[in-house]
Design a protein around this ligand. Structure first.
Ligand code: B4P
Length: 197
């Protein structure tokens, strides 16, 4: 593919976004930009942004759009994102979609595809509880996981329709082994004309 590839990876908490984002981005030679990872890095460094974000993340709520949008705007203005990017976990609200549209317009850039990983609700709870044992993330308790699922259903699921109407949406079955899901993602990207050759 000759022009920069710009992709969004969506899906409910635990769908495998972070897991797949790294593999896809490596393959395409673009940075994987995960808002969750950037927030967590700030939380562990105890920056002002991290202290603000932690209050929301620990409760399973979204960090306010103003904070998240400013952070993404800075990140995609960096040199490595000129050659394209994979956004993992952004946008998550209608206001974030609008802000991303504005950022892209300013760069005279366009999205190539929006991938949504679909998963069974109970399966993701199991995945996240397993991650809690391994990594001890504060937002991976059963109560907070349920809250994150509610927030996704209320605020992020409606975005699927928005991108479907624009003809950008591709749904990918996120159930099964990580490699199987990766293979499905690559077929979907090829079908969408967004896979690197
Ligand atoms: P994220 O870091 O994006 O957290 P997440 O939705 O749980 O996805 P994650 O990428 O970590 O999990 P994955 O599905 O890969 O966000 C965390 C918080 O940050 C949010 O709740 C919010 O507060 C804040 N935030 C982030 N972006 C924001 C935004 N745009 N606006 C406002 N707030 C924002 O994987 C989950 C687990 O499943 C892993 O342990 C993985 O190993 C496992 N797994 C993956 N694929 C598997 C498979 N096929 N089989 C078995 N296990 C699998």
């Amino acid at each position: 593919m000759n022009h920069p590839v710009r992709l969004i990876l969506m899906g409910p908490p635990g769908a495998g976004k972070g897991t797949q984002a790294t593999v896809i981005a490596d393959h395409l030679g673009v940075p994987a930009i995960s808002t969750g990872d950037i927030f967590r890095a700030n939380v562990s460094q105890e920056t002002e942004l991290g202290i603000e974000a932690k209050r929301y993340m620990d409760a399973g709520d979204y960090v306010p759009d103003s904070v998240t949008n400013a952070m993404v705007r800075d990140r995609i203005a960096q040199a490595d994102a000129k050659a394209g990017f994979l956004l993992d976990g952004y946008p998550r609200t209608v206001a974030q979609v609008e802000e991303l549209d504005a950022m892209l317009r300013e760069q005279d850039a366009q999205l190539d595809a929006v991938l949504v990983l679909t998963v069974d609700r109970d399966e993701v709870v199991q995945r996240l509880l397993k991650r809690a044992e391994l990594e001890g993330r504060a937002d991976d308790t059963e109560e907070v996981i349920r809250r994150r699922q509610e927030v996704y259903a209320e605020q992020t699921a409606p975005l699927i329709e928005v991108y479907a109407e624009r003809g950008l949406l591709t749904e990918v079955d996120g159930m099964g082994a990580v490699d199987e899901v990766t293979a499905r993602v690559f077929s979907a990207l090829e079908a969408a004309g967004a896979a690197a050759g």
